[in-house]
Ligand binder design. Sequence first.
Ligand code: ADP
Ligand code: MG
Length: 284
Amino acid sequence: MAGTPMIATSTTESKISVRGVTKVFPLGTETFVALDNVSLDIADNEFVTVVGPSGCGKSTMMNILAGLEEPTSGEALVDRERVSGPGPERGVIFQQYALFPWLTVRKNVEFGLATARVSKAERRERADYFIRMVGLEQFADALPKMLSGGMKQRCAIARAYAVNPSILLMDEPFGALDALTRVKLQEQLLETWSKEKRTVMFITHDVDEAVFLANRVVIMAARPGRIYDIVEVNLPYPRTEEMRLSPEFTELRNRVWHSVYHQEPGRTADTTPSRAMAPTEKEI
Ligand code: ADP
Ligand code: MG
């Protein structure tokens, strides 16, 4: 096992609090430690990205927060309540678009609202607002098969937002898209987030994407799955194209790159809240 990370004790301000979470999966006759005593605090309206080698437990951590998996020990808290299943305050977006192919863009976006007991007129109005926000107004009546991958993912983002969750959990949402579409969607996601603040946990394997989007980048390591390092991104929003070329950005990207691709065995980050909480108000 890796070194012993300090466990969060004072988390009253955290929107999300992962406390000493361990997840063990059966592996044949053995067991596999996917997460080993992971603690992490995320502030309200903070944008956190998570990077790390394949198999380090990124999706497992997100699934525990989404209420789709249970920790073997430890707990995940949202608004100081223990997560015990999925809930409307947590919107989840996966790499696969998960749109209903037989429903139009508008009906896909309205879908989550139908279960939230919203009147028909209001449903339509809210769906159209978020469809405009992601720039799909021309395609509101189109079926998913008429959309490119990037447009499908924008539709999925509009649908997640329409339900008005306070948290967005995104697992490699742009992973299947080409580089240019990715960059455009990163900018658009930040634009949406700056208008409609949410607490975001965004998993990616793209180091540039992780730095460009985040208040803080959480770097994980595998065997066992743990938080290896946390890098604060003290770049102002809005983030721009020019910023990607700045020396500050390059330096942060290199730091994160090094932490992902040159991991020392056994190292674990100190994730006590005083050290880990980013001063988000100042930066946003
Ligand atoms: P990441 O998203 O960082 O690539 P995952 O969280 O998907 O990693 O998986 C972490 C490890 O746990 C992997 O080695 C994976 O094989 C294992 N794992 C994930 N889910 C299960 C499961 N349901 N049963 C057994 N092993 C699993
Ligand atoms: Mg994954």
